[in-house]
Design a protein around this ligand. Structure first.
Ligand SMILES: Cc1cc2nc3c(=O)[nH]c(=O)nc-3n(C[C@H](O)[C@H](O)[C@H](O)COP(=O)(O)OP(=O)(O)OC[C@H]3O[C@@H](n4cnc5c(N)ncnc54)[C@H](O)[C@@H]3O)c2cc1C
Length: 427
């Protein structure tokens, strides 16, 4: 594999003018790296960590800096199992050591506070700044605080969202443990589009699994602004079979839309009814991560339009946006998709830095959900780039009338999937 010198890169990108910016005040040459171009990746989650690793394996001549505030990453996938009590948080926590030691990624634990696309510079919370030749953003999601009256960041300390894994996951688990038998667990589900389409319904399953064993007189109500959801038939059949009437789903057309919540009285005001609950899990409406919005990468709905072949922003060329923050056509906002996009984006950057043609991309996604520890269901898809953007060309869900053995096997595959995707991303 040929190494790419910084001079080659500048020639290929026709960036004669960029040469003048190399001495940009305050940016140490050492930060850029001695040889090849410098690609900075923002966000060390599924999209960003994968992209950083595959950029380095695609061409070790590229200097890759990954900027991520947390020293360890707690995955949202399997965080529902921590809430349900079948996994410990330590088992879903991953370090950045291998990216640094085995793959030569320069990992910097800091937060990007602003980006100057004209000067190709980004500023960090610590006061440091970095210059880049190419930038990849995978900042995940942020919440539309206040979109549900009464739901603020402060209220989320009482009514957790647990839609970013970590302390919020543990808070929801603790509340569930403290709930009395016969109590009411209310989930406020989000409108489309949102991170992990089957996630809320898997969470309801895990909550019911815990309650059935420990507080069997309790009830789970899902208040949903939508009228349908991912793997709906499979989830609802599984709920009936495993939990009887414990889980009730209220769709938008039957009063599921929530107008307001009150964290002091623990009440949820839906269109037709008011609920007083022991535990309230509000998953608010979402947007791309704040840094993408602030940089001007998002459209009016709060998500980032990209070229489906390269994930380069259609708003700010030279910046790629991958993962949940991007608008990726038919691809769901999932860890699997973000990992896939990280690889495609890395390959596209490596090819473009070498002046080679960018290959046609295809994407895959499989999403397993546990209805109980021995009862797994899945949805899978293969996607291609067409003139209409990214479209699904193949796919399907688990069979409706599968045997108990089949469901148990799918649950095992879920654990296998988790082990392999996390090794591929951070290993
Ligand atoms: C409960 C739940 C269950 C899920 N289960 C599954 C599943 O089974 N399978 C699946 O495929 N997906 C699942 N998902 C979805 C998956 O978690 C996301 O789709 C995936 O994390 C998206 O990757 P990302 O890189 O876009 O964002 P993330 O993985 O969230 O990474 C974003 C990173 O960017 C960092 N960041 C943000 N802003 C800045 C900044 N300004 N400076 C520096 N760093 C910044 C953050 O700290 C974060 O580490 C689940 C999600 C939830 C909530």
């Amino acid at each position: 594999m040929s190494k790419l010198s910084r001079r080659d890169f500048l020639k290929l990108s026709g960036a004669g003018a960029a040469a003048g910016t190399l001495g940009f005040a305050g940016i140490a040459r050492a930060q850029i790296g001695p040889g090849g171009p410098h690609v900075v990746v923002v966000g060390g989650g599924f999209g960003g960590a994968t992209c950083a690793k595959y950029l380095r394996s695609g061409n070790p001549g590229i200097t890759v800096t990954l900027i991520e505030p947390s020293s360890q990453f707690v995955t949202c996938p399997f965080s529902n199992y921590v809430i349900g009590g079948i996994r410990k948080i330590e088992s879903i926590t991953h370090s950045y050591d291998s990216l640094q030691k085995n793959h030569g990624v320069n990992v910097v634990h800091d937060t990007v506070t602003s980006i100057d696309p004209a000067k190709k510079t980004l500023m960090l919370k610590s006061g440091k700044h970095f210059k880049y030749d190419r930038l990849v953003l995978s900042p995940g999601i942020d919440f539309k605080w206040g979109a549900i009256e009464g739901y603020s960041e402060q209220a989320s300390q009482v009514m957790p969202h647990a839609w970013k894994a970590g302390p919020q996951t543990l808070l929801l688990r603790k509340q569930l443990e403290q709930m009395k038998d016969g109590g009411l667990f209310v989930m406020v589900a989000p409108p489309n589009p949102f991170r992990c389409p089957p996630g809320p319904y898997e969470r309801a399953s895990m909550v019911a699994h815990y309650l059935k064993a420990n507080k069997p007189r309790s009830k789970v109500i899902i208040l949903d602004p939508k009228d349908k959801f991912s793997k709906q038939g499979l989830f609802m059949a599984g709920w009936k079979e495993l939990y009887g009437d414990m889980i009730e789903w209220v769709p938008g057309s039957k009063g599921g839309k929530v107008k307001s919540v009150n964290a002091k009285t623990m009440t949820v005001d839906a269109e037709l009814e008011k609920y007083k609950a022991s535990v309230v899990n509000v998953i608010p409406p979402q947007t791309a991560g704040q840094i993408a919005l602030k940089t001007g990468l998002a459209d009016e709905k709060g998500w980032c339009p990209v070229n489906p072949k390269t994930f380069e922003s259609t708003k700010l060329p030279g910046i790629h946006v991958i993962g949940d923050a991007s608008i990726a056509g038919a691809l769901p906002k999932s860890g699997f998709a973000a990992n896939s996009e990280g690889k495609i984006c890395a390959a596209a950057i490596v090819s473009s830095l070498r002046g080679e043609e960018i290959a046609d991309a295809s994407y895959v996604n499989t999403c397993y959900s546990l209805v109980s520890p021995n009862y797994g269901i899945s949805v899978a898809g293969v996607y291609r780039v067409t003139e209409k953007g990214i479209v699904q060309i193949e796919g399907g869900v688990s069979p409706k009338d599968a045997s108990a053995g089949f469901r148990a096997d799918e649950a095992k595959y879920a654990f296998g999937w988790y082990a392999s995707i996390t090794a591929d991303t951070w290993g």
